[in-house]
Design a protein around this ligand. Structure first.
Ligand SMILES: [Mg+2]
Length: 368
């Protein structure tokens, strides 16, 4: 067996404290995470790592040979977040440790607060991957671009041109409300897929596989959308990992859907709809009404587990007009103030503090 040569790419993220408010992370947090992970690299727990942040989210990008859902790797990430939380508390950063829902690690970081996107594969002769990280939105934000990347030939020429892609891809979709999942095959079940994922607050694409050989193509973080111990804990700023080229969509086909700043859920207090703005790393600081929602993209070549990169994928003037349109849409949506569709519908705000406000009025309603 060639099991030894299988590599795992794990992206694990958490908001462990914002600077200032929910805008950014503090350099001391990133330095602390790098220190911890450098130690783990030296002692051989991981092969390589890179630390990034998008808005107030700390993003740990790790390569290792231990497989998905590995206790040692998850515990390492947990310990990094815990140490960073101590730094955040010392600096009194906003919401210090807010994504750390438990006092002690219990074997798997899923369900404990942080978001996880992991995939295991045999490294190809050349292994380009693109990692997307978003702030002030939720995993449903990936539905539209992931659909276009893996099922829309008007976006992805490879679906027509590359024999390895002509059979299409299968999509695993999570039903957040019922806590169940379904796998749909495209192109033949495309209409069924769209019937579900158009409701992006409920049906979330969690992974994508190439149909010719079942190879993993993409994986998204969906953890926080699940019920944890019977309790819904709300939305989470998501990450997505996508393999590119040679039988997978080309890098440019993966980037292309983000040229449309589609409306996503999130923004201020996680309660508003707004455009997803693709930005370079240094512009992932959502300040206007805590937004608009941002997405950054880190491209890597993986070489024997080493993360060669990142290349800052949205640091490209070809996305300037997208950003301009996103600003125009932001202006238009903001003019609605507390009205829908800028503010999310009532059922989407069930887990915010809005019910407490409505509770105050409940005795004043009269039958008509
Ligand atoms: Mg965030």
């Amino acid at each position: 067996m060639a099991e030894e040569s299988r590599l795992t790419l794990s992206v694990i993220k958490a908001d462990i404290g914002g600077f200032v408010g929910h805008v950014s992370s503090h350099p001391d947090i990133l330095d602390t995470a790098k220190d911890k992970l450098n130690h783990a690299k030296e002692n051989g727990t991981i092969v390589d790592f890179h630390v990034l942040r998008c808005g107030d989210d700390l993003e740990l990008i790790l390569t290792h040979t231990k497989g998905c859902d590995n206790t040692e790797i998850h515990e390492l990430a947990w310990n990094v977040f815990s140490v960073c939380t101590e730094v955040a508390k010392e600096l009194k950063l906003y919401g210090a440790g807010q994504d750390i829902l438990s006092d002690a690690f219990s074997g798997n970081i899923k369900g404990m607060g942080p978001g996880v996107a992991e995939m295991e594969f045999v490294e190809r002769k050349s292994e380009p991957v693109v990692i997307f990280m978003a702030d002030k939105t939720s995993p449903g934000a990936w539905n539209l671009p992931i659909y276009r990347i893996f099922a829309d030939p008007f976006n992805t020429a490879g679906l027509i041109i590359d024999p390895k892609m002509c059979d299409g891809f299968s999509f695993r979709v999570l039903d957040v409300k019922e806590g169940r999942c379904i796998t749909l095959s495209c192109p033949e079940e495309m209409h069924y897929l769209l019937a579900l994922i158009g409701t992006s607050s409920r049906y979330i694409i969690s992974s994508v596989y190439r149909k010719t050989d079942g190879e993993i193509a993409a994986v998204m973080s969906t953890q926080k959308l699940s019920f944890i111990a019977g309790k819904y804990v709300g939305k989470d700023d998501p990450v997505a990992v996508i393999r590119c080229q040679s039988g997978f969509p080309a890098v440019g086909e993966v980037m292309e859907p983000f040229s449309f700043p589609h409306l996503v859920e999130g923004w201020m207090r996680g309660s508003h709809s707004g455009p997803l703005m693709p930005v370079p790393f240094y512009e992932a600081n959502p300040t206007r009404f805590d937004g608009p929602p941002r997405v950054i993209s880190a491209g890597f070549q993986i070489s024997n587990g080493r993360l060669i990169g990142p290349h800052d994928m949205f640091d490209d003037p070809s996305f300037d007009s997208t950003r301009r349109i996103a600003n125009d849409i932001s202006e238009y949506m903001r003019r609605h103030g507390p009205f829908q569709p800028h503010r999310l519908p009532e059922e989407e705000l069930e887990y915010t503090t809005l019910p407490l406000v409505l509770e105050k009025l409940k005795d004043r309603f009269q039958k008509v």
